[in-house]
Design a protein around this ligand. Structure first.
Ligand SMILES: [Mg+2]
Length: 145
């Protein structure tokens, strides 16, 4: 019987969600939409990322970041959420960890808030509706770029 070792090429490519050593990048997804959270989770998991936690508003997002720190590589942060919006949550996370890698998830027409987020220290942003290729491209650029 043939095994994967008979087809070395299949195993050659390291998925983008993994470091060269093989450990998955650890991601926190903060979004009040269960649909978007699931979508981001599916996109990232399919490339080998490890979605270690999700949060449905800014307050919970900041709490989870602090709990996970330093074992957290990246946050996807929705902008519009109840209780605490993504821009405020970003501010709190950067206050706590100035090297935090946060990618904003924005609805169309929120350019001002995206600009503000980038000034505060967000590393990149993705505009909804989410496109698989774009999500991976931006996330990977922040982690490896
Ligand atoms: Mg939202």
């Amino acid at each position: 019987m043939k095994t994967t070792s008979d087809f070395p090429n299949i195993n050659e490519r390291i998925p983008d969600g993994k470091r060269n050593g093989g450990a998955a990048f650890r991601v926190l997804v903060v979004d009040d939409s269960m649909f978007v959270t699931k979508q981001i989770g599916q996109i990232l998991t399919s490339e080998g990322f490890n979605v270690v936690a999700t949060a449905s508003d800014g307050i919970e997002g900041v709490e989870k970041y602090k709990e996970l720190y330093p074992d957290i590589d990246l946050v996807t942060m929705d902008i519009t959420m109840p209780r605490m919006d993504g821009v405020s949550a970003l501010e709190k996370i950067i206050e706590f960890d100035k090297d935090a890698k946060v990618v904003m998830i924005s609805a169309l027409g929120k350019q001002d808030l995206v600009k503000k987020s980038l000034l505060i220290g967000a590393r990149n942003y993705i505009v909804k509706p989410l496109d698989r290729k774009k999500v991976l491209e931006r996330v990977i650029d922040v982690l490896k770029g």
